[in-house]
Write a protein that binds this ligand. Structure first.
Ligand code: AHM
Ligand code: MG
Length: 335
């Protein structure tokens, strides 16, 4: 039988490999796993809300249930602010910075997160997820500021995501290996299931909302037409898969290879996805697994955000596939 390793044990074992580690960082990751478990508990009951009632907020009229994405946001904030490891947080679901209340201890880390990604898929039982990234603060002390949050992805010290799918999996990296843990709901523990994930150098799947084809520029159209053209030598046509939940599409891409794309278009030049909460953490994960992420012209990890909710086009996945996308987008490919 394989050795059974919980995420807590794994994190502690990894910490022992780092000389001088204080354990603060390990506690932070353990808290994230706890928040994910609480969100999972609610997500798995989502379809029952109308039948058994909601555990969420009830409004003044007494009958409105809390939206799951708001609930997930509150859970992350509640669990993470109490650990004493953070100086500030920022979330896709919150307009401004999330400060650590005065009475609570502050630490040297910064958390950025998307508490519930793909929320339009909740009502139809399709996978949804959470994404997180951790920076070291750049300000010296006290409450964290926007300067602590507006850091390029290159500065991340850890990142990961959770997919609430046919099973629930948490994947994270602290820069040294990308590891996945599957939730065993019967014991409420994340167990090591995917140690040291490596993304294939090249895949045969593309993932994009092709419904927006007419809004794309010529280079983007050419790239998709190239992927669909038959050519045995280069493994084409690619297969198309699109869940419509970034985390789920990303997780498949990480394991099977290929490319996920959310490009800019004539209606939304910067696309839809957020640099800080979605693109940068997943770019960090993919790079540590041997892949690449780009906005078509620049590595996602090199982009320094200028505002909290900044959007970016995203091309992420196998190194060769993303490099080819960049070539097409920059008009340098012969089709
Ligand atoms: P959300 O933050 O409202 O959930 O939107 C983000 C989601 C991503 O998970 C997904 O990749 C994308 O929106 C899908 O968008 P579209 O429906 O335009 O294809
Ligand atoms: Mg999202």
């Amino acid at each position: 039988m394989q050795r059974i390793v919980t995420i807590e044990r794994f994190i502690i074992e990894k910490e022992h490999e780092i000389p001088g580690a204080t354990g603060e960082f390990s506690k932070l990751l353990t808290d994230i796993a706890l928040a994910a478990k609480i969100v999972w508990r609610e997500v798995s009951k989502a379809g029952l809300v109308d039948i058994i009632g909601s555990t969420g907020k009830v409004n003044v009229s007494g009958d409105v249930v809390q939206k799951l994405d708001e609930f997930a946001n509150e859970i992350f904030i509640n669990v993470m602010q109490k650990g004493g490891h953070l100086c500030v947080m920022a979330s896709e679901e919150s307009k401004g910075l999330i400060e650590i209340p005065d009475e609570l201890a502050k630490g040297k880390y910064v958390l950025v997160f998307d508490p519930l990604d793909g929320s339009s898929n909740i009502d139809v039982n399709v996978s949804i997820g959470s994404i997180f990234g951790i920076f070291r603060r750049v300000t010296q002390s006290g409450k964290g500021t926007e300067e602590d949050v507006l850091q390029p992805g290159r500065n991340l010290v850890a990142a990961g995501y959770v997919v609430y799918g046919s099973s629930t999996i948490l994947v994270y990296t602290t820069g040294n290996g990308v590891h996945g843990f599957t939730l065993d709901p019967s014991i409420g523990e994340f167990l090591l299931s995917h140690e040291n994930i490596r993304i294939p150098k090249k895949g045969d799947i593309y993932s994009v909302n092709e419904g927006y084809y007419e809004r794309w520029d010529e280079n983007m159209k050419k790239f998709i037409n190239y992927l669909k053209a038959e050519d045995k030598a280069t493994g084409r046509p690619y297969k198309l898969r699109y869940v419509g939940t970034l985390v789920a599409d990303f997780h498949r891409t990480l394991l099977y290879g290929g490319i996920f794309m959310y490009p800019g278009d004539s209606k939304n030049p910067e696309g839809k996805l957020r640099l800080i909460y979605e693109a940068a953490p997943l770019a960090y994960v993919v790079e540590k697994a041997g892949g690449r992420a780009s906005n078509g012209f620049q590595n996602i990890l090199d982009i320094k955000p200028t505002s909290l909710h900044q959007r970016t086009p995203l091309f992420i996945g196998s190194e060769e596939d993303v490099k080819l996308a960049e070539k097409f987008l920059q008009g340098k490919a012969e089709d």
